[in-house]
Design a protein around this ligand. Structure first.
Ligand code: NAD
Length: 431
């Protein structure tokens, strides 16, 4: 294990000691929503079981000439609404249970924004940070060949996840295309733009966070201009969300990453901070405000809190210290289920992850549509269509919340479970 992997695992273990597994948290919310919907027990059983789970051995030749065998998984949780959709992660802690739960999460997320995909996820147990580019390529290609039976633009469409990126998607697309003897760009999303990726994909998750937050502020009657924002995490999601919120006239007063944080009551200049992070590999040392602890944005006095780093950062231990009026969950699972009630009691309006960060999978859907049509859209078109889908999804979840007098989180699960269940109802059972 590399030192960086050790740090990541220690950090994660520490967070997990005090809290439930985030995926169990997700399934407990699923159960609550299913109960409120009065879901038919047969349909409940169908939705509680993964459709397909594949385990593959992935033998590769390491650079030292030795053969090593890795284990990989691909799970299609549900394909009633369309092909499986979900990322592939390379990580030492990957388990079949985790991949299955993440696949279920994708099924609900795609249904919330009403895009025609089911839910899937994949993973390989490995330490990618200790592997050479050649070893990673061999691992990716052999894993892809192992899961070939599931993959395809009409059956299962992977995307990047933890420790996989555009480069890995290009290898998957190439391996699949070599097997079927012609180029199939639509078999993965999150590809480089030159080979069928979509403009606007990189910014899509942050853009979705900004759009749903804007809708939340309008609903609550909080003026957008001057609204004070705190952001934890300054990677893809956190930095783009901060930048787009600033462009809307909001004021980012506190922001942090794994190296530290910065606070400025007059607003942190996000463009300068981005340049600083590129140069220094982190926020620490940035001079445009006061240095703060990496966890401070969570409890700072603000209008909007965007947790955009890790899961389980808002827990029953710190929820009563949260002072934000709105939480926009950029990360997956940043709020432990045990904290939901505390936040509700304080009147905090939570935009749940399966809605707030669904902008990424929505533009992945656009990428798949563009690849299949062979006709590519300009960035404005991508952004306008994303805006329409995110605004509509927010309004539909809010209407469900009003109708059933439940939180936005419960409403988002109710909406998505109902949509998946309805398709099962209409399709009936085959043989
Ligand atoms: P990323 O790796 O680009 O960024 C993660 C950021 O979190 C980094 O700035 C890192 O420094 C920071 N961080 C790590 N540990 C921290 C700590 N202890 N305190 C404060 N900051 C810390 O990842 P990303 O793509 O931005 O993803 C962030 C979250 O959003 C993840 O939960 C991911 O699953 C979720 N998400 C991402 C996308 C996407 O399109 N990228 C889509 C949906 C959900």
């Amino acid at each position: 294990m590399t030192p960086r992997t050790q740090i990541i695992r220690a950090d994660r273990d520490q967070r997990f000691r005090h809290q439930e597994n985030p995926f169990e948290g997700m399934m407990s919310r699923f159960d609550d929503a299913a109960r409120r919907l009065g879901l038919d027990p047969g349909l409940y059983s169908i939705l509680r079981h993964p459709e397909k789970q594949l385990t593959v051995s992935v033998p590769i030749t390491r650079d030292n000439g030795q053969i090593e065998v890795f284990t990989g998984y691909r799970v299609i949780y549900n394909s009633a609404r369309g092909p499986g959709k979900g990322g592939i992660r390379f990580h030492p802690d990957v388990t079949l249970d985790e991949v299955t739960a993440l696949a279920a999460w994708m099924a609900w997320k795609c249904a919330v924004v009403n895009i025609p995909f089911g839910g899937a996820k994949g993973g390989v147990i490995c330490d990618p940070l200790s592997m050479s580019p050649g070893e990673l390529e061999r691992l990716t290609r052999r894993y892809t060949s192992g899961i070939m039976g599931l993959l395809g633009p009409d059956s299962d469409v992977p995307a990047p996840d933890v420790n996989t990126n555009e480069r890995v998607m290009a290898w998957i697309m190439d391996t699949y295309s070599m097997h079927v003897r012609h180029t199939v760009t639509a078999v993965v999303t999150g590809k480089p733009v030159v080979m069928g990726g979509s403009l606007g994909r990189r910014e899509a998750t942050g853009r979705g966070c900004m759009i749903t937050t804007r809708s939340a502020l309008a609903r609550l009657g909080i003026p957008l201009k001057g609204a004070r924002v705190a952001v934890q995490g300054f990677g893809n999601v956190g930095s783009i969300t901060a930048m787009l919120m600033q462009q809307q006239g909001m004021k980012v007063i506190a922001v942090s990453d794994h190296t530290g944080g910065v606070a400025n009551p007059d607003g942190v200049d996000i463009t300068s901070l981005m340049a600083h992070v590129v140069k220094n590999k982190g926020i620490a040392g940035f001079k445009g405000g006061d240095a703060i602890d990496k966890n401070e944005p969570l409890t700072v006095d603000c209008d909007v809190l965007v947790p955009a780093a890790l899961e389980n950062v808002i827990t029953d231990e710190n929820a009563d210290r949260i002072r934000a009026k709105v939480i926009c969950e950029g990360a997956n699972g940043p709020t432990a289920a045990a904290a939901d009630e505390i936040l509700a009691g304080k009147g905090v309006f939570v935009i749940p992850d399966i809605l707030a960060n669904a902008g990424g999978v929505t533009v992945s859907y656009f990428e798949w549509v563009q690849d299949r049509g062979g006709y590519f859209w300009d960035e404005d078109t991508v952004n306008q269509r994303l805006e329409r889908i995110m605004e509509r999804a927010f309004a539909e979840v809010a209407a469900m919340a009003d109708k059933h007098q439940v939180s936005m989180r419960t409403a988002s699960y109710m909406l998505s479970i109902d949509r998946v269940a309805e398709v099962h109802r209409l399709r009936g059972l085959y043989a």
